[in-house]
Design a binder for this molecule. Structure first.
Ligand SMILES: Nc1ncnc2c1ncn2[C@@H]1O[C@H](COP(=O)(O)OP(=O)(O)OP(=O)(O)O)[C@@H](O)[C@H]1O
Length: 915
């Protein structure tokens, strides 16, 4: 075979996905290489006989370069196939776990939401939804489009051989008509120079993906043609409207422009999924570093050299705020490596220095907003041909890895009966504490301040929450340790390739759950709430680590013993005495506050409240004090706290021991009050609470805390201002079911109701099933329940509940339409129907209508037919007046979504209204 034909076919086969299938025919090849068809044909057939080509007996016959095919896809078993489908049916079965979108840097960080959106669009029934990617040049739009294509292939949404056609519309800057003809093809004679019919990109992309970059270059007419195609799946070539062609294509668009001004509103309306990509500079630091690492590793592979990159280069790249974004960073890295290689190509290790970066880039101003981690002080070394890049690991991460390896080894020993579960927990806890103790001593200057303080801030609020609800100590060092741990981790799943971890992690977690149920549960809830703020996913290894750390703190989540505090004048009088007592009692019973002389009663009150904020005191609080104003203090405190209060105006070591012993023996505050009277002549006062307990609603879900938190969010939203005085508390269903009123919320709060998916059956606490709230059945009762305790606008609250509870969530789950917008429009429509029909719907009916109409809009947009109804004409005749009224009420929806509501649909609505 002639070399030029072979080279051409080699390249064509390599680009198979981006190439129309007709390009593999002899005639198409002959045009491209400039030889006549029969010459090319005979060359191809000869090469086929020599087993250099694969033949696919399509019409016209296609030839693929065998070696290029094997390099790109797989070794074909035969040389001749009846169709491309037959050829690709030999493709080795793919690993279902592979997720090309999940492997993108930032998939669990800055791109998490966006990737979820594009996945939904790709999976959407009946042909998917078009996606519009927005972002500055170089932000990765083309890259993401390719990954979406790979994802669709992987998920078998499109076939392995489906085409991927990528086209940049920028080249038609002055000629949108030409762009239209490239897109739709044209008919012979459509314009001067149109000598033959020519197929367009839509023909080439049939069955696959068409990615149109810089799509704002499309003329208005072109946009109209394109959205007709999006609606109908049909199009006509330019110059011949009588020909209707069909194609099944997933569309991805990209633009750097503002979409509102660059596109027709009717075009935008057909784009429910618009994803905007962050610039390089906007990404969090760990992601920027990962990108940089990835590009250096790529260069190391290309050059087949170790690369040692100075920390200055890394800092420059991390902090640079360059136009061109990720693409620019990638090019700079390529350029710098090329420069360094040119100077040192004989060395095994190439040093990349700041001077290897083109000078004009170095003169760019550094961004001031980002403060780069000082921890990246050392050079970074990249090795060719290796997955594992040991030098990129910080020493802390190496230590964490060692910790997990040891933990897994010990766990295997437990399984083999060599270690007891208790021994494992105690070794592991010790090691966690040792690591955490070291993490505390990173000085704050060592951290990227903004990111680090963000983590710390969020951990503090999570702690506070758990503190309030589960009563454990908030301690600055613990917060710092956890912040350091998470900072060091950078939310990277560093055990991804650890085979023991992969095989054992589920059973290890299960084991830990059995051994330290509360701590694992708390760790999960803590990390869950943190992950919401940090927009990162919860990793199993973090659950293990944090649970062990919590275990070291000896948490007593249901610690409801009577509490005692000591307040005394003097530099350390209170604390030293409390310390002695605690040591002798072998338990931290007394909490001490050393007070300056001359302290006021108000200040004492403040201290007591400081304590109450941090500890559960529902079994009562004993305050030992040396102030001499017993009555005043008791009165002041008792009026505000919601538990029994015993104030003792004197203290000494025997008294503390006496009180401590009684607490230790689980005596109630009343028993304690009586018994100390018998032995010690002291002044004391017992007061019963005047203030009410804070009211709360518990949410729970059989499937776990995630949904309980979701229910909480919807409830809180619905409750509006009332929610500020009412606590909504997501809680573990299993615990409620098992321990009932023994669970902490019942000690701390006056629980008004439980809302959930399964009834934990707690006596005297009304339960509202989510299903019954969603269908409106229990909404009235729920509102009444709230109204007994708070002044609420019943009707308003009801509306809110109907609106948020059922629909918003339901619509969000059921459709991909913008839920707020749909619900707003449907709400208006329902009001209008009520007005014109002069009726008022009950909550149940409203709910049904909301849901039905929202789904109907989507159904019509997707061109899904409702079932045929034989008697529709008769029905319309009989119900004409009502149906017309309903139709008029739906006018706004018809306009806003450019849809037409059919008689069949109107009938369904009519039936709901009058059923
Ligand atoms: N998340 C990422 N991971 C790895 N490489 C990336 C990533 N994002 C972008 N790149 C690389 O950066 C370069 C620029 O990205 P891409 O061409 O996709 O940007 P773009 O937004 O399409 O730019 P333009 O608007 O200029 O076409 C490409 O080489 C791409 O491979």
């Amino acid at each position: 075979m002639r070399k030029d034909i072979e080279n051409y076919l080699y390249k064509l086969t390599k680009d198979y996905s981006q190439t129309a299938k007709t390009s593999f025919s002899a005639s198409s090849i002959s045009q491209q290489v400039g030889l006549n068809r029969s010459t090319v044909s005979s060359y191809l057939n000869e090469a086929f006989r020599k087993q250099k080509l694969l033949k696919v007996k399509t019409y016209p016959v296609s030839f693929l370069h065998k070696q290029a095919f094997a390099e790109t896809f797989f070794e074909a078993n035969h040389l001749e196939y009846d169709s491309f489908e037959e050829l690709f049916s030999e493709a080795p079965t793919k690993n279902k776990e592979k997720d090309p979108l999940g492997t993108i840097i930032g998939a669990f960080g800055s791109l998490k939401e966006k990737i979820n959106q594009v996945k939904t669009a790709a999976m959407y029934p009946n042909g998917g939804l078009p996606v519009m990617l927005l972002g500055a040049s170089g932000s990765g739009k083309t890259f993401l489009a390719e990954k979406i294509y790979e994802y669709m292939v992987e998920k078998q949404i499109i076939t392995f051989s489906a085409p991927y056609i990528s086209h940049n519309c920028a080249q038609y800057f002055n000629n949108p008509e030409l762009l239209s003809s490239v897109l739709f093809g044209y008919a012979k004679g459509a314009f001067t120079g149109a000598d033959t019919d020519k197929e367009g990109l839509l023909d080439a992309a049939d069955g696959g993906v068409l990615f149109l970059d810089e799509v704002h270059r499309l003329s208005e007419e072109g946009q109209e043609k394109l959205f007709t195609f999006m609606d109908t799946g049909e199009y006509s070539p330019i110059g011949n409207d009588s020909v209707r062609k069909k194609a099944d294509i997933r569309l991805i668009f990209a633009t750097t422009e503002d979409i509102e001004s660059a596109f027709l509103p009717t075009f935008l309306r057909r784009l429910p999924v618009v994803v905007s990509l962050p610039s390089f500079h906007e990404r969090p630091q760990p992601e920027r570093l990962q990108l940089i690492d990835q590009f250096f590793i790529q260069e190391s592979n290309i050059l087949q050299k170790e690369l040692s990159v100075s920390s200055k280069v890394i800092h420059f790249l991390l902090d640079a705020d360059l136009e061109g974004n990720v693409g620019k960073i990638k090019n700079l890295i390529k350029f710098a490596c090329g420069n360094a290689y040119a100077k040192q190509h004989d060395n095994q290790r190439i040093n990349v220095k700041l001077l290897d970066i083109p000078i004009e880039n170095l003169l760019q101003p550094f961004s001031s907003a980002k403060v780069t981690s000082q921890r990246l002080m050392d050079e970074r070394v990249y090795l060719p041909n290796t997955e594992i890049q040991p030098d990129l690991e910080t020493s802390e991460r190496k230590r964490l890895k060692t910790f997990f390896t040891r933990l897994l080894d010990d766990y295997k020993k437990v399984e083999d009966g060599v270690l007891t579960p208790g021994q494992l927990i105690s070794f592991a806890t010790e090691n966690v504490v040792l690591l955490m103790d070291e993490f505390v001593f990173f000085t704050p200057e060592d951290k990227e301040t903004s990111f680090f303080s963000f983590i710390t801030y969020n951990i503090r609020s999570s702690f506070q929450f758990m503190n309030e609800n589960y009563g454990f100590d908030q301690d600055g060092n613990k917060i710092l340790s956890i912040a350091n741990y998470l900072y060091v981790k950078e939310n990277q799943d560093f055990l991804l390739e650890h085979t023991d971890w992969i095989t054992l992690k589920n059973s290890l977690l299960h084991f830990l759950e059995e051994q330290m149920r509360d701590e694992v549960w708390l760790a999960k809830r803590f990390l869950n709430s943190l992950s919401l703020h940090l927009d990162s996913e919860v990793l199993d290894e973090d659950i293990v680590f944090i649970a062990l750390y919590l275990h070291s703190m000896n948490l007593t989540m249901t610690d409801t013993s009577t509490k005692a505090i000591v307040l005394a004048h003097g530099y350390s009088t209170a604390s030293s005495m409390a310390n002695v007592a605690n040591r002798m009692l072998q338990k931290n019973i007394f909490h001490a506050y050393d007070m300056p002389l001359g302290i006021t009663v108000d200040e004492v009150e403040k201290k007591v409240f400081q304590y109450i904020e941090n500890y559960p005191v529902e079994k009562g609080l004993i305050v030992l004090i040396d102030m001499g104003s017993l009555n005043l203090i008791t009165e002041k405190l008792a009026s505000k706290i919601s538990t029994p209060l015993l104030v003792i105006d004197s203290f000494n070591a025997p008294l503390l021991l006496e009180v401590g012993n009684l607490i230790n023996n689980s005596q109630t505050i009343f028993e304690i009050s009586e018994q100390i009277n018998e032995t010690l002549p002291i002044k004391k006062q017992l007061a019963m609470p005047k203030a009410d307990k804070k009211k709360a609603i518990i949410t729970c879900c059989y499937t776990g805390m995630g949904s309980a938190v979701q229910i909480k969010e919807i409830l809180q939203k619905s409750l509006g201002k009332t929610g500020e005085t009412l606590t909504v508390l997501p809680y573990d269903y299993q615990k409620l079911k098992e321990n009932k009123r023994r669970e902490l919320p019942f000690h701390i709060y006056n629980v008004l109701a439980i809302v959930g998916t399964e009834n934990p059956e707690i006596e005297n606490v009304p339960y509202f099933g989510l299903d019954k709230l969603v269908n409106g059945e229990l909404i009235d009762e729920f509102v009444q329940n709230i109204a007994q305790h708070f002044r609420v606008d019943d009707q308003g609250l009801k509306q809110e509940l109907i609106f948020n509870f059922s629909l918003k969530k339901m619509v969000e789950n059921l459709t991909i339409l913008d839920a707020d917008r749909v619900l707003y429009l449907v709400s208006e429509t329902i009001n209008e129907i009520e007005r014109v029909l002069e009726i008022t719907f009950d909550a149940n009916k409203k709910y049904l209508l909301f849901l039905h109409i929202s789904c109907m809009i989507e159904r019509i947009l997707r061109k899904e037919e409702v079932d045929k109804q034989e008697d529709i004409d008769e029905y319309v005749k009989e119900n004409r007046v009502m149906m017309e009224k309903i139709h008029r009420s739906l006018q706004n929806i018809e306009e806003k979504y450019t849809i037409k509501v059919s008689s069949l649909e109107l009938r369904l609505i009519n039936d709901i209204i009058f059923s």
